[in-house]
Design a binder for this molecule. Structure first.
Ligand SMILES: CC(C)(COP(=O)(O)OP(=O)(O)OC[C@H]1O[C@@H](n2cnc3c(N)ncnc32)[C@H](O)[C@@H]1O)[C@@H](O)C(=O)NCCC(=O)NCCS
Ligand SMILES: Nc1ncnc2c1ncn2[C@@H]1O[C@H](COP(=O)(O)OP(=O)(O)OP(=O)(O)O)[C@@H](O)[C@H]1O
Length: 252
């Protein structure tokens, strides 16, 4: 299974691209932002840990008059994106649960024999989850477009708050440098769609696209067949791939 790690800065167009890939090529998408919302729902251990840690700092974090009140994400975001140390603490609480769910969904897709899965993670490199990916793709754009799109989408954010969110992430240029492929999303939505189509046809040649009824997959080498027939060899293959990635990274 080819795992394509999709990343970029906030509001650079990741979800728009994963939407195209899912709608037009029927590729399953694992969306880390969506998972990040699920793992903090009332009743979860992550929710409890966040309330214990952050309610003393953010009194409006939950509506205490209601049982199982959801987190006030706006208030939590406004606080953590201006307090770097606390953002790290929030990440330390949420990321293990997000990682666990991602691994579970990857395994489920593997059992479903999906040839390609998109892993849409804004913090792909920051969290080190790029090691799981066969290939990585960064969606970037210039800073003016990024700020404009973020302010248009999240109308509740002031320009200062939006800039804080952008600055809390790894620089876009660094993400582009670390990734195998990048798409520069500076045109309109039609331009973006065309670039995504070009990307698929140029970089995913092992897959034969049938846009009407999804992907059909050709297992190209004897080694791939072998791994499908004897799963322990797939595990050895995965360990070798991870070791190779680690080695390449430390010498990059
Ligand atoms: C701080 C929170 C409550 C703000 O919630 P809100 O609904 O306003 O934003 P949302 O979750 O939709 O995120 C919007 C975008 O913000 C950026 N972002 C989110 N979390 C982080 C973070 N920890 N560090 C840097 N950028 C982040 C991403 O680009 C994301 O796409 C929320 O983002 C959160 O719980 N973050 C911690 C979990 C996390 O790291 N999620 C990202 C997926 S790995
Ligand atoms: N090429 C484009 N032209 C016009 N609008 C665009 C373009 N690309 C993305 N947008 C818009 O910009 C906003 C941000 O895009 P999107 O939600 O895909 O970003 P994202 O990278 O997934 O953001 P986040 O990190 O917050 O999840 C959306 O409202 C989207 O419709």
């Amino acid at each position: 299974m080819l795992i394509l790690g999709l990343t970029g800065g906030i509001a650079t167009g990741k979800s728009t691209v994963s939407g195209f890939l899912s709608d037009n090529y029927h590729i399953p998408v694992i969306d880390a932002d969506k998972i990040a919302r699920e793992v903090v729902e009332p009743g979860t251990l992550t929710y409890q840990a966040i309330v214990e840690k952050f309610q003393p700092l953010i009194p409006e974090l939950i509506d205490s008059s209601k049982k199982d009140a959801p987190l006030n994400r706006g208030a939590l975001g406004a606080y953590v994106f201006t307090h770097k140390k606390d953002l790290k603490k929030l990440n330390a609480i949420t990321h293990p649960a997000i990682r666990k769910k991602i691994l579970y969904l990857l395994f489920k897709n593997y059992l479903n024999k999906e040839p390609v899965v998109i892993l849409d993670i804004p913090l792909l490199f920051e969290s080190g989850m790029d090691w799981l990916c066969s290939r990585t793709l960064t969606i970037s754009c210039n800073p003016e477009h990024q700020l404009k799109r973020l302010l248009e989408r999240n109308k509740e954010l002031s320009e200062i708050q939006a800039t804080d969110r952008i600055n809390s992430q790894m620089q876009l240029a660094e993400k582009v440098k670390q990734s195998d492929y990048s798409i520069f999303n500076d045109g309109n939505l039609e331009d973006l769609k065309r670039k995504v189509d070009e990307f698929v046809h140029q970089n995913l040649p092992a897959l034969q696209v049938n846009q009407n009824c999804g992907w059909s997959y050709t297992i190209s080498s004897w080694w791939n067949w072998f791994q499908v027939m004897f799963p322990p060899f797939a595990i050895v293959g995965a360990v070798c791939a991870l070791t190779r990635k680690m080695f390449n990274k430390s010498y990059a």
